[in-house]
Design a protein around this ligand. Structure first.
Ligand code: PLP
Length: 372
């Protein structure tokens, strides 16, 4: 009875493990959550205070479908300061989270039969959205050789996610250069941009300041710990923005009003201070996870951003994760949900307190010792 379009739409692996973890908690078990993909920090105080103020003032109606001009102007200033580029506020649409931005971006350029290159492994919703639109997700390694091999005359776009979920890695310059030379559209999911602890993380805007081929997606969920406020944005050229606006008007009218006004406080010094403290703490936790993972003898990747580590554990990641959860009450996300390259991997999220992460890692150590 369900629509054929939804047949290929897979639910998130992390939700299944989370459901089991919650069942165990309901039985009174003390579960350590290292599977969750959202910051454990509170939204910075200036943003919360502004949200309350906006509500009390009764500023609770629809906004322009593009989003409020003040916020788009702030974003334009941000990109000027950070990358020295001039983005017209009219080239920005505020969306209900970057998730919607992604769906709008794909919907605005994808036709049935098109192919979209995505990284193996990557954020699971990419393949779902692509298939939903009747197109084909083409999983590849993000090396120039692999991209070259997978390029075809049906390739319409590539989705680049840097820093990436689940790898926590940043994407190298040669991948951007290859993409801009060879692929019609570059969709760049930069939701973890800013959460980088080592080295340089590029934004696509550095390769295409006039947004000719770029659809840049970002949002407030991760860097400002605002997941529940549902606020993101898309930047692109006029043609794409016009197409996205049509979708926004028909599907959502506008992004949440209170969130848009509250987010104006994301650019204040006081917020910046809170965000910087959060970044410092994420890095401290990252180092802790890396130390343990190395001790476990797991093959480690190069996680320098977001809040994930994605080790190869040398055995089936799903079986490992479920056994670990049932025996030691530590929840990790099986890597297979992100692509078949993740089969022998687990994703460890360090969006939990230092103490909880340490306790979780100690339990994994015990589990490994017992199962040697
Ligand atoms: N893109 C990636 C890579 C993510 O990991 C997530 C959430 O986990 C999102 C997008 C969605 O973020 P938002 O809350 O802005 O919709």
């Amino acid at each position: 009875m369900l629509s054929k379009r939804l047949l290929d739409f897979e639910s998130f692996e992390v939700m299944d493990i989370l459901a089991l973890a919650q069942n165990l908690e309901n039985e009174g078990k003390d579960v350590i959550h290292l599977e969750i993909g959202e910051p454990d920090f509170n939204t910075p105080k200036p943003i919360i205070d502004e949200g309350i103020k906006v509500l009390k003032e009764g500023n609770t109606h629809y906004t322009d479908s593009r989003g409020i001009l003040e916020l788009r102007e702030k974003l334009s200033e941000l990109y000027k300061n950070k990358y020295n580029v001039d983005v017209n506020p009219n080239n920005i649409v505020i969306t209900g989270g970057s998730s919607l931005g992604l769906f709008f971006a794909l919907s605005s350029i994808i036709d049935e039969g098109d192919e979209v290159l995505i990284q193996n492994p990557c954020y699971p919703c990419y393949k779902n959205f692509i298939r939903f639109l009747g197109a084909k997700p083409v999983f590849c390694d993000f090396t120039v050789e692999s991209l070259e091999k997978n390029l075809s005359n049906k390739t319409k776009a590539i989705i680049i996610n840097s820093p990436s979920n689940p790898l926590g890695e940043v994407i190298n310059k040669d991948i951007y250069e290859f993409a801009y030379e060879n692929i019609p559209f570059i969709i760049s999911d930069e939701i973890y941009n800013g959460l980088v602890y080592e080295g340089k993380c590029y934004s696509t805007i550095e390769f295409d300041e006039h947004l000719e081929k770029t659809i840049l997606i970002n949002g407030f969920s991760k860097l400002y710990a605002m997941t529940g406020w549902r606020l993101g944005y898309v930047m692109s050229n006029e043609k794409i923005i016009d197409a996205i606006l049509k979708l926004q008007q028909n599907l959502f009218i506008s992004a949440p009003t209170v969130s848009q006004y509250a987010a104006l406080k994301a650019f204040e010094k006081e917020t910046e201070k809170e965000v910087n403290n959060m970044i410092k703490e994420f890095n401290r936790r990252r180092k802790l996870v890396l130390k343990y993972v190395k001790d476990f003898g797991w093959e480690i990747n190069n996680p320098v951003g977001a809040y994930y580590v994605f080790p190869n554990i040398g055995e089936d990641g799903r079986e490992f994760a479920y056994k670990l959860l049932k025996e030691k009450y530590v929840a990790l996300t099986p890597g297979i949900g992100f692509g078949d390259k993740g089969k022998n991997h687990v994703r460890i999220s360090y969006a939990n307190s230092y103490e909880n992460i340490k306790e979780g890692l100690e339990r994994i150590k015990e589990f490994l010792d017992e199962n040697e």
